[in-house]
Ligand binder design. Sequence first.
Ligand code: PHE
Length: 454
Amino acid sequence: MDNRGNFSSKLGIILASAGSAVGLGNVWRFPTEVGRNGGAAFILIYVACVLIIGVPLMVSEFIIGRHTHANTADAYRKLAPRSGWVFQGYLGVFTSWFILCYYGVVAGWTLKYLVDALLLNTSAITNSSAFFDEFKSQPLAPLFYMMAVVAMCHLVIVRGVQGGIERSSKLMMPLLFIIMVVLMVCSFFMPGTEKGLTFLFQPDFSRITPDVVLSAMGQAFFSLSIAMGCLCTYASYFTNDSNLTKTAASVAGIDTMVAIMSGIIIFPAVYSVSGLSPDEGSGLVFKTLPYVFNTAFANAPVLGAVFAVLFYLLLLLAALTSMVSIHEPATAFIIEHFHVKRYLATRYVTFSAISIGVLCSLSLGELKDFTPLFGMTFFDFFDFISAKIFLPVGGFIISLFVGWRLKRQLVEAELTNNGSLRFPRPLLIGYIFLLRWVIPIAIVCIFLKELGLL
Ligand code: PHE
């Protein structure tokens, strides 16, 4: 265990895992989903999904990773040698690598917006919608930003578990949190504060439909980084005295809090400009917000610029800590499986992800009519296959694996650190019941819905 590295402290464990969970999913996707699905009612369902599905699955990945102290592919091989379950290990490694390929493209956009905000380049905000569409379809600029962000991630990963992942999380996560608090305080003084907060916190139960429930489940999966090999890989670096349940609860708590804080930052801002609506979809942070920065702060442009810089720095930090966790499963796999040095393994993953990332980025512009993969562009294909296929399939297998295949004693020993922690029996029974029945059924429903079959 020592020569593969491990996190040095409980704080390091929580901040690194929270760094993985807190990402564009919280600051970008969550407000988008809340806006689209009717505000407060969606949030209530989302929190229920986090508790009933998210936390148990996260604990399950922690059990697999920490018990084996191995990369995701070898973890399943150690627990269930020569069985079909080993497939899930490889799937985890692949899913994270697939996500890395296109997540870098979006993370690159956040860097571009940050640079523009810093340079006070107003073209991003005066005609925000056209600017965004034009920028992402350019051939070279998005590639440059994507490569820059992946390179930053590379510099973290190459320094290893403690010196890279843990250290960067300890730096970036508190910074992210401070920025969030500053932005949140600002948003309490905007003209649209009351409307924004009502939208966010006053549930209209008539908005709850099966569709809303399924969207909330899907969002919980993505936001908590479940079934992508990341949590399992990180858990393989946990020390044996870490409390898995408490860690999962803290990570889920931080993740949910950051998502709701993002809502508190974004919706008052959106409601401060007349004519804008919260259900803008995925353009919310790249199109709507720049417009808000420009309009709401028309009389105080400096304040608007500061707000914009802080907001895009926040997005970039969130994206970076997640990307680091997406990079690590494949890197750890190559290091341990092929006995390759970390700096080389990191290089392989970075270069391969950049090569595919170039295609993903170009497929939003120059290559948009090139659709060799099931009629989809590269970007859409990588997004579809990882988020809509691999992710639910992975979650399904993990819940069955820990619920049915792993020995109850092993699960209990991990949850109680070999008997030194208390884990009430009814809770254990409830946990296994969720894994065996509730979660697999819920996942099948998400899956069918994503494929348009439900
Ligand atoms: N959970 C991250 C987010 O909210 C996304 C992510 C996906 C992280 C896959 C790791 C792995 O943005």
